[in-house]
Design a protein around this ligand. Structure first.
Ligand SMILES: Cc1cc2nc3c(=O)[nH]c(=O)nc-3n(C[C@H](O)[C@H](O)[C@H](O)COP(=O)(O)OP(=O)(O)OC[C@H]3O[C@@H](n4cnc5c(N)ncnc54)[C@H](O)[C@@H]3O)c2cc1C
Ligand code: FES
Length: 354
């Protein structure tokens, strides 16, 4: 029989049950208790918390995300740590009442669409066994077939009003277990996929009326596409004008341009679309890195909010640009698409607050 422990989350004072083979984060999110998290694989340190009483096993925590001295001080990463006794811990819980908490649950999806949409980029559509409630911008954890318990995270590109048919946009990573070894190899329409979620707090702030600058690199477009469709197509009137800066090297790497051009035509007072090509000059596209185009477009971004998503280096460059344009860190929301290589390096940007 699997042992279960009582886990108390401070400063909330909430008590939940956690199995000995379950991560503390998983137990919290399934019980509807939100604590901070991002990568869910022990590499980003977003979830770092402190044991006040009890013992944990640190699991696959990267030695850079959780250093030896921090372990000695009682710090741990709830996304990979499992309890070894009853536990009391303190998390950096910053509850935003305006964001609904949807407990994590398990789902099974059937692949109903698989298409190449750009170089090394695929769109997947999954029909779920039942409705999923989520906030625009959140992501799911997909189990990789044949690798017991190994998961990878992908963001929904569809808005929450489509609760049963999920869209994912996935970029090929050379040597990657999920992408090269599965999604770009033998995944086929009709296959069943086990997934859990929703996760994450990179979500559309539906009560922020300021204009929003949204910067997407590669498949970092996915959660932002969900947010834009949520705002424009699902009757969310509270958000300000949305500016989408979508970056790619050349047109071959760019996708969904017609989709966003169409939205910009339908909602000229609410949405502006700026597709940017850094290595090609082409009609209808701005030329340059997204950050350079953004820099030229706006004298200042004071009074705006920012949303940034993509590979870590691009996210860092975008954060620098937004701050130079006088956006405060508290007004910038970001998601880095960290992969397994991130846990093997200590080089993290000082701009990225954990
Ligand atoms: C919150 C979140 C949301 C995401 N959403 C999306 C999305 O919508 N679309 C998308 O395309 N991606 C997304 N990602 C990225 C995605 O989760 C995967 O990380 C990505 O697809 C690569 O997975 P993989 O299994 O193919 O590669 P992995 O097996 O994770 O390998 C990645 C790279 O690291 C190398 N590597 C593996 N292990 C090590 C090691 N120990 N040391 C050094 N290098 C190593 C591999 O050779 C490879 O080059 C998201 C990530 C996060 C954190
Ligand atoms: S969410 Fe725990 S280390 Fe990233």
């Amino acid at each position: 029989m699997t042992t279960e422990y009582q886990v108390t989350i401070e400063p909330l004072g909430r008590e939940i049950t956690c199995r000995e083979d379950q991560t503390v984060l998983d137990a919290c999110l399934r019980a509807g208790v939100w604590i901070p998290h991002s990568c869910t694989h022990g590499t980003c340190a977003t979830c770092k918390a402190e044991v006040l009483d009890g013992e944990v096993e640190h699991g696959e925590a990267s030695s850079f995300a959780l250093m030896d001295f921090e372990r000695e001080e009682g710090k741990f990463l709830p996304c990979v740590a499992r309890p070894q006794s009853d536990l009391v811990f303190e998390a950096d819980v910053d509850i935003d009442e305006s964001i609904p908490v949807h407990p994590v649950e398990d789902y099974v999806g059937t692949l109903v669409e698989l298409a190449d949409v750009a170089l090394g980029t695929r769109r997947l559509a999954l029909e779920l066994d039942r409705d999923l409630r989520f906030n625009a911008g959140q992501y799911m954890s997909l189990a990789i077939p044949g690798h017991d318990g190994v998961t990878r995270t992908y963001s929904m590109a569809n808005p929450p009003g489509e609760p049963r048919r999920l869209e994912f946009q996935i970029r090929l990573t050379a040597g990657g277990l999920a992408t090269e070894g599965w999604v770009f190899q033998n995944l086929a329409v009709g296959d069943q996929v086990a997934l859990s979620g929703p996760y994450g707090r990179f979500v559309l702030r539906e009560d922020r009326g300021e204009p929003a600058v949204m910067i997407a690199g590669g498949t970092g477009l996915a959660p932002i596409a969900s947010m834009i469709q949520r705002a424009l197509l699902e009757g969310v009137d509270g958000v300000g004008h949305l500016y989408l800066y979508q970056g790619a090297r050349t047109q071959e790497w760019m996708y969904d341009v017609d989709r966003f051009r169409d939205l910009a035509e339908r909602f000229p007072d609410r949405f502006t679309y700026r597709p940017c090509l850094s290595e090609e000059v082409a009609e209808g596209f701005a030329h340059g890195l997204v950050t350079d185009v953004l820099n030229d477009d706006h004298e200042t971004l004071k009074g705006h909010v920012g949303y940034v998503c993509g590979p870590p280096a691009m996210v860092e460059a975008a954060l620098k640009t937004l701050m130079l344009k006088r956006l405060f860190p508290r007004d910038i929301f970001k998601e880095e698409f960290l992969d397994a290589s991130a846990g093997a390096t200590a080089v993290r940007s000082p701009l990225i607050k954990r």
